[in-house]
Write a protein that binds this ligand. Structure first.
Ligand code: NDP
Length: 333
């Protein structure tokens, strides 16, 4: 076993609220791994938009104080009872779980896998949650077919840029929205074909542009992560028998909705969560293998916006919430 310190740095919240509730601590006891868990010494911690939902109270926090963060990578520092034999001390691993904003994180073996030699620890943390989200969206939520038109909102964000690349890799045609010309250019460089502004003042204009780009038909699928303010317009962009996939709430939760509206086009409506597509280690391994393969074959490039020191968590959070970022944000303890 690796020798462990008694205390560690971590970021926790004692209540929900704005970024002022984020507390950087230097004296948190180092946790012990329980049955089926390993303790990971984090080298890189991924920031995800979902972290802001827990902090602000959109999603419920199980218990205060609560250490935020859903993914990280590093090395195994300690092993609890009954973990798979490939998870041994000092092994480089990447995981999805809770309490990642810390030097050490106990994680269930179900959501922890060794990092292949050809993938860096940094890229593994930057990719795992957002890229698996993108992969499960195109494979499961709406199995995307070659030649299909797909609409992606927030296309220059972490998940967005990965979606643009994956859609290109599977032969789909992407219409991308992002808030600035620079972000739209980036979406284009990552595979999007048609670039649109949201037209916040006139959503019908946005719908018209999507219909125009698709010969009046609409798109086979929408992958919308903006939520509240884009849901309605996005649904109007779906073609007959297409899929409206709402997978995030960056602008707030989608308002209650009458399912009768779906009958106009026999559209499918999905609200998927990655964690319900990947519930076992076999499922994680299967999708991770596809992810490493995409990276290995140079079909997926993970753009890292910035690596922030853990103590700069407030600045990092303000950057992502302030729509200033493109690609992935990482923290380093
Ligand atoms: P991003 O890097 O995409 O950041 C969020 C982006 O949302 C911003 O850059 C911004 O892009 C856009 N946005 C639109 N409206 C707002 C607003 N009012 N406030 C802030 N941002 C806004 O984050 P992630 O890649 O981490 O996550 C993207 C989305 O995917 C999130 O909604 C997240 O919850 C969801 N997600 C869902 C998962 C699931 O399992 N269902 C798993 C992982 C992520 P722009 O300025 O171009 O509009």
């Amino acid at each position: 076993m690796v020798s462990l310190p008694k205390t560690m740095k971590a970021v926790w919240i004692e209540e929900t609220g704005g970024t002022d509730v984020l507390q950087y601590k230097t004296d948190i006891p180092v946790p012990e791994p329980k049955e089926g868990e390993v303790l990971v010494k984090n080298e890189f911690i991924g920031i995800n938009y979902i972290d802001t939902y827990f902090r602000s109270g959109i999603y419920p926090v199980p218990k205060f104080p609560y250490i935020l963060g859903r993914e990280g990578s590093g090395t195994i520092a300690a092993v609890g009872p009954n973990v798979p034999s490939d998870l041994t001390p000092n092994k480089r691993v990447v995981y999805m779980g809770q309490h990642a904003y810390a030097e050490y994180t106990p994680v269930t073996a179900n959501y922890t896998i060794p990092i292949p030699d050809e993938i860096s620890t940094k890229d593994a943390a930057a990719a795992i949650l957002q890229a698996l989200t993108a992969i499960t969206l195109i494979r499961e939520a709406h199995p995307v077919k070659k030649g299909e038109w797909v609409l992606v909102t927030a296309a220059a964000g972490g998940v967005g840029l990965l979606l643009c690349q994956l859609l290109k890799a599977v032969g789909a045609r992407t219409i991308a929205t992002a808030s600035t010309p620079e972000k739209r250019e980036l979406a284009k460089q990552n595979g999007a074909e048609v670039l649109l502004a949201y037209h916040e003042e006139d959503r019908d204009k946005f719908v018209e542009e999507v219909l125009q780009a698709t010969g009046g038909e609409g798109v086979a699928a929408v992958f919308d992560s903006v939520g509240k303010v884009t849901f309605d317009a996005c649904l109007k962009c779906v073609k007959r028998k297409g899929s409206m996939v709402s997978f995030g709430n960056a602008s707030g939760a989608v308002e209650p909705f009458s399912i009768a509206r779906l009958s106009q086009k026999n559209a499918k409506l999905l609200r998927p969560a990655l964690i319900a597509y990947i519930t076992t280690r076999d499922e994680l391994q299967m999708y991770a293998t596809e992810l490493w393969d995409f990276i290995d074959k140079k079909k997926l490039n993970v753009r890292i916006h910035e690596v922030y020191p853990l103590k700069d968590v407030v600045r990092a959070t303000q950057d992502i919430e302030g729509r200033k970022t493109t690609g992935k944000l990482l923290l380093q303890p």
